[in-house]
Write a protein that binds this ligand. Structure first.
Ligand code: NIG
Ligand code: ZN
Length: 423
């Protein structure tokens, strides 16, 4: 199939000569083409530019293309949601109510709720039901312009259920239009029956689960919740190094609730990203900048937990590449709206409109090791493209709390038209 998107008010290309994730002022260079067009053939972008130029350079393709008139609209790369807990059983609205009445996230978790509650529900839920539920979630992501999603396990905390979650993610990747990238997170919490024997559980993750994840090719990344009362920096380091030796790239939930030198650890182990970072130290931010560790910031979690927001502005100014994600999960961020999260990043983390676009496209793609394939509109890249019903990119955050997605093209195929999901 050949598609020509014609005469968009703005095409936000995110094209750059810079290699790797964008930092500092490069995060504000989003390379806008006014009155721009995009030519797509099969699953690839052929060219981006003025229609007149494309007609000269690719006359045959332009002639045979199905044309989409994007005048009055903007075009940008499909959004990349690089941190989610997509596959899980149940919901936790009763805990939300408890928090509104004064309980804290960690109190609820230590009393057997939180991650433990979802672990129980995920263990009880069948593969088929987890798959069906996650398919629906991916549909909603797609309708919001998200074309790639990371999915973490970590609501099993036993091999049987971790494997079930990872296999659901694998089937989602094979069957849903959204690309699903898998992360193993067996060290998401210490199971209740290992209380006081935390190192025994760490050994199970290292010696039992991780080798099976690698052998069965069930994940690309290995993540750990490094937090006071969950896994210590030393335990986290052991788990991440063990994964690395098996070919799994480290990620880390770091400095979310209490400062715990998680950012420093991320830099030390060469993690591709450190995620959350609400209370990351100055030293940790400096180390991340030096190591090139991507900060995956999750403002929805700060919003929903009524916690302080991560210091996104400072991180960018210090040279840390920043990505933004929903953290979709049933406890601390039950939203599938990445556009809303982008707005929070502007309003509460001091990020600019341009930085937020970079953080949810090219930098998020790099946080999933896919920066060379997706995240910008450039010749040869995968044709993941979104058309939005706004006159310019500044309106995306100005008209906040709304879904402006009009059309989504995934791998060169139109999958959402006029906001409606096509089958
Ligand atoms: N903080 C740890 N993990 C998830 C929350 C999991 C849950 O509460 O179910 C997060 O990234 O926010
Ligand atoms: Zn998370």
């Amino acid at each position: 199939m050949t598609i020509l998107i014609k005469h968009a008010n703005e095409v936000i290309t995110l094209k750059s000569n810079a290699k790797g994730p964008r930092t500092r002022e490069k995060m504000r260079e989003i390379a806008v083409i006014e009155n721009g067009s995009v030519l797509i053939e099969e699953d690839r972008i052929i060219a981006v530019g003025a229609f007149e130029q494309l007609a000269v350079d690719f006359p045959d393709l332009v002639k045979k293309a199905d044309t989409i008139d994007a005048s009055g609209k903007i075009v940008m790369p499909g959004l990349v949601d690089c941190h989610t807990h997509l596959v899980h059983g149940g919901t936790r609205e009763q805990e939300f109510n408890m928090r509104l009445n004064g309980s804290t996230y960690m109190e609820i978790m230590n009393a057997g709720g939180g991650i433990h509650a979802t672990t129980k529900r995920t263990r009880e839920t069948s593969f088929e039901d987890l798959y069906a539920k996650s398919m629906q979630h991916l549909d909603v992501f797609l309708k919001h312009g998200v074309t790639t999603v990371e999915a973490k396990s970590g609501y099993g905390l036993d091999w049987e259920t971790e494997k079930k979650q990872l296999e659901v993610a694998k089937k989602l990747q094979a069957t849903h239009d959204v690309d699903v990238v898998s992360t193993f997170m067996g060290a998401h919490a210490v199971p209740r029956d290992y209380k006081g024997r935390e190192d025994v559980f760490v050994d199970i993750v290292i010696h039992d689960m991780l080798p099976k994840v690698a052998e069965l090719h069930l994940a690309e990344f290995n993540d750990v919740f490094c937090e006071k009362g969950v896994f210590t920096p030393a335990q986290s380091q052991r788990i991440l190094e063990a994964g690395k030796a098996l070919g799994l790239t480290p990620k880390i939930h770091a400095d979310e609730i209490e400062p715990y030198k998680g950012a420093e650890l991320a830099a030390k182990v060469g993690a591709i990203s450190a995620e959350h970072l609400l209370v990351a130290s100055d030293e940790g931010i400096q180390r991340m900048a030096e190591a090139g560790t991507i900060a995956v910031l999750l403002p929805g979690t700060a919003f929903f937990l009524r916690a302080p927001f991560a210091r996104g502005r400072l991180m960018i100014d210090k040279g840390v590449p920043v990505a933004i994600s929903t953290d979709f999960n049933p406890g601390s961020s039950p939203t599938l709206s990445l556009p809303f999260i982008m707005n929070l990043a502007c309003m509460h983390m001091g990020m600019t409109l341009e930085e937020v676009l970079t953080a949810t496209t090219i930098n998020a793609a790099y946080a999933l090791n896919r920066g060379e394939q997706i995240g910008s509109l450039e010749a040869e890249k995968q044709a993941d493209v979104v058309i939005l019903d706004v006159a310019n990119y500044k309106q995306l955050q100005y008209f906040y709390g709304m879904n402006h997605t009009n059309t989504v093209i995934k791998n060169g195929r139109i999958v959402v038209r006029d906001g409606i999901l096509l089958n």
